[in-house]
Design a protein around this ligand. Sequence first.
Ligand SMILES: C[S@@+](CC[C@H](N)C(=O)[O-])C[C@H]1O[C@@H](n2cnc3c(N)ncnc32)[C@H](O)[C@@H]1O
Length: 204
Amino acid sequence: MASTPQHWDAAYAQGDTTRGWYQTEARASMGMLRDSGVGPGSSLIDIGGGASVLVDDLLDAGFDDITVLDHSAVGLDIARARLGERRDQVAWIVNDLLTWTPPRTFDVWHDRAVLHFLLDADEQHRYVEVLRAATHPGSIAIIGAFGPTGPEMCSGLPVQRYGVPALDALLGSNFSRITSRDDVHVKPDGSTQDYLWWAGRRTA
Ligand SMILES: C[S@@+](CC[C@H](N)C(=O)[O-])C[C@H]1O[C@@H](n2cnc3c(N)ncnc32)[C@H](O)[C@@H]1O
């Protein structure tokens, strides 16, 4: 199995609220934004946002320049349907992040549970290239990935687990770490997954 749009469309077609990554509120993400000094005046892109409720929480907090990118149209449709009229306050992009050419830059790049599906060094290198193209010096990158004690599979796919040194090494030549923290995600079935959250500011 591979992390294709078809794979993710089929996963979301079973309902977002039963998927392992589902959460009722984007608590860790909002905490990382606060701790990184990001307020509602910032533009933000949620990379691989799918059906995530982060966009709901950002709108509630007053963010007014939000973009959500995902290669799964089914995932994005769930978020759009849930938001109702508020969907029009958000820019939606259906694209593979690895083939995407950002038309603008954002103050914040947010990724929860996307980077860890990129197992190949070339894909990880491309991720950083797109991250650079979508940001400017001073932008903040916030990444939530499975931590060293996290699962080895998610949604039937193998993942790469990350510690702070690995994220520093991947992003360190472009971004200076602001903060990092461990976080436990409680899945809809009650089991847990260990995440590592990392935030850095682009230096040049
Ligand atoms: C585990 S889900 C996490 C979704 C969301 N970030 C959240 O926290 O609820 C992974 C998401 O990444 C998306 N994804 C995976 N690889 C992608 C890629 N190459 N380009 C765009 N989206 C991708 C999937 O479609 C899916 O929505």
